[in-house]
Design a binder for this molecule. Sequence first.
Ligand SMILES: Cc1cc2nc3c(=O)[nH]c(=O)nc-3n(C[C@H](O)[C@H](O)[C@H](O)COP(=O)(O)OP(=O)(O)OC[C@H]3O[C@@H](n4cnc5c(N)ncnc54)[C@H](O)[C@@H]3O)c2cc1C
Length: 164
Amino acid sequence: MYDIAIIGAGPAGASAALFAAKAGKKTLVLDSDKSMTKRAWIENHYGMTEISGPDLIEVGKKQASKFGAKIVEDKVTNIIKTDTGFQIEAEQGSFEAQHVIFATGALVELAEKVGLKTKPGTEPRIKTVLDVDSAGKTNIDGIWAAGTIAGVSVHTIITAGDCI
Ligand SMILES: Cc1cc2nc3c(=O)[nH]c(=O)nc-3n(C[C@H](O)[C@H](O)[C@H](O)COP(=O)(O)OP(=O)(O)OC[C@H]3O[C@@H](n4cnc5c(N)ncnc54)[C@H](O)[C@@H]3O)c2cc1C
């Protein structure tokens, strides 16, 4: 049983994992390797003159791993509420966690399947986001959201900072 399972290892998810693991939480990250950030060349991320999206993601995952987060490449297909938390079903395995953070970027298919409330996005090319409060809390107790799917500005430094 993980304390926190994070769906997505883009800037939002890996950053959430870094903070959670560093705080001592048993942290799992599941990622399907479809990050929009992989297509970016970034020159506006504080602290770096320039970096490719793939490199930023690799560094982020390494930072999270360094503090103990377990990162698994797998696509999550369903999340079911249980008496103790959530059962997370992925294509290649099944996991349990007390809390779940959605950091799935522009991809909302899983969130809609799970029954998370959505609303229209306001950022360019982001059609749908989750309807969350200012802390990222969704309509399902124990499920939170961060980054693009939580409706914040679609920039790496913003999505990475949205996990706190
Ligand atoms: C072409 C392009 C250029 C860009 N250039 C810049 C730039 O120069 N500067 C800048 O600041 N920003 C740039 N951006 C925006 C930047 O990529 C985003 O703001 C930000 O990185 C999004 O982070 P995220 O973690 O929310 O989503 P993403 O990086 O998209 O990560 C979401 C992750 O969730 C995973 N996921 C989704 N569904 C599932 C599932 N069911 N199971 C498992 N995993 C799942 C995906 O595989 C993905 O890895 C650019 C974007 C694009 C597309």
